[in-house]
Design a protein around this ligand. Structure first.
Ligand code: GLU
Length: 417
């Protein structure tokens, strides 16, 4: 069966790559000679689902340096380890609307505008544990490898070039240091950051790394929890507002996927709860985003309705059926009770629907039995609404609750993933 079906998702990716292949505008990054040497025609896209399936099209094995695509992952490691409040003492979370290497610091606090531009990213790297650049980089690399689910090499040539030409980044680091936000000496922070930018990845790695945000922090292939659900959500939020440099607002309207690009030609994009996409094509537009990577994600989003804020239509009601239990029925209730079969995933709005529709049915005539057998998950925000339910609804004359819960799999009591 699988062979007959082939891989329709790969075909969809291939079709999009074919449609953008003739975009030869833009230029490969040339601020260091190693990047200028990259073969400009390379083009690849991979999609990793939250179920752990990876679909690949084009040059998905071609390696390139991760560059700024590393920034959200290091931010995620920082908030995971230190908490949001501590990280916020060092960096703001506001879109700067300025280029990646802008001297963008808040006038009053001296904090970089956000962790997706260089100033903020260098500060994030400086907060990694360790005293030396090597120690800090070891933490960064180990973290990024857990996102990717494999060992990743460092492109030493790119690293030496970045380190010998990176004076603008050093200048940014000095500014943050003088403002009191850098967590290490300038040379420690910048050398670790240059190595971080020089990690080699491919489009498949970026898809899996992005999918790890999509699952809420669990690598969908290794099943390892890499960061907390909070850290994944916070990071995806920052990617939404700040990920595409000074093109972030336009990108959100046209593509609608939280993303991060790098001057190596990579882009990692996230559809929360669904998948991650990695693209690679080295020619960049004036803002430093991969021309064909942007075109690929734009077309994919348009063709397949991937925009995060896409209207999804009326949701399936969480109430599958309502039935009265007559004498002789064995529906989980007693004679005269009403059994409400619930289904699917119950988030806040489903809980709201269930309780609003059922409130008028709670009377003296019998017990309302909420049957959670076919419910797959009750989100924490919905669970709090249900928790007080049986008691607040009072008791029947015979002492039984007016509302009872039948929850054989304990989805109401289960700890959140
Ligand atoms: N190594 C580059 C720098 O820090 C990365 C920039 C980027 O990918 O946007 O300037």
């Amino acid at each position: 069966m699988a062979a007959a079906l082939g891989d329709p998702v790969r075909h969809a990716l291939e079709a999009v790559l074919d449609a953008v292949r003739d975009r030869t505008d833009g230029a490969v990054a040339d601020y260091i000679p190693e990047l200028a040497k990259v073969e400009p025609e390379q083009l690849g896209a991979a999609l990793a689902s939250t179920h752990g399936v990876v679909h690949e099209a084009g040059d998905c094995d071609a390696e390139f340096t991760i560059q700024s695509v590393s920034k959200p992952f290091v931010f995620a490691l920082a908030v995971d380890a230190l908490g949001l409040d501590e990280v916020r003492r060092h960096v703001d979370l506001e879109p700067s609307g300025e280029p990646f290497n802008a001297i963008s610091l808040d006038e009053a606090s001296g904090r970089p505008r956000n962790p997706m531009i260089n100033a903020g990213a260098i500060v994030m790297t400086s907060l990694m544990p360790g005293d030396t650049a090597d120690e800090k980089f070891a933490v960064v690399l180990a973290g990024i490898e857990r996102f990717a689910g494999r060992d990743l090499p460092v492109n030493e040539e790119v690293y030496s070039s970045e380190a010998s030409t990176g004076d603008r980044n050093r200048a940014l680091a000095y500014l943050t240091r003088s403002a009191g936000t850098l967590g290490a000496a300038v040379e420690v922070a910048t050398l670790a950051y240059f190595r971080q930018c020089s990690i080699s990845v491919n489009a498949r790695d970026l898809a899996i790394m992005a999918a790890t945000f999509a699952t809420g922090g669990v690598n969908p292939l290794t099943r390892e929890r890499v960061i907390s659900e909070d850290a994944a959500r916070w990071t995806t939020a920052v990617m939404t507002s700040c990920g595409m440099y000074d093109e972030s607002g336009d990108w959100m309207v046209r593509v609608g996927l939280p993303a991060k690009s790098g001057v190596g030609g990579g882009i990692a994009a996230v559809q929360p709860g669904q998948f991650g996409i990695g693209t690679f094509s080295p020619r960049l537009d004036a803002r430093g985003n991969s021309v064909r990577g942007v075109a690929t994600l734009e077309l994919l989003s348009e063709r397949h309705g991937l925009h995060m804020l896409q209207h999804h239509g009326a949701p399936l009601s969480p109430i599958a059926s309502l039935s009265r239990v007559e004498a002789g029925d064995a529906d989980g209730g007693s004679d005269g009770d009403t059994v409400v079969a619930l289904r699917g995933e119950i988030l806040f709005s489903e809980a709201e629907e269930i309780l609003t529709r059922l409130a008028p049915l709670v009377g003296d005539r019998g017990c309302l039995v909420l049957d959670f057998t076919a419910v797959t998950r009750v989100a924490a925000g919905a669970r709090t609404i249900f928790s007080a339910l049986p008691d607040t609804m009072g008791r029947l004359a015979d002492g039984r609750s007016r509302v009872a819960v039948h929850d054989p799999d304990q989805v109401l009591g289960a700890a959140e993933r």
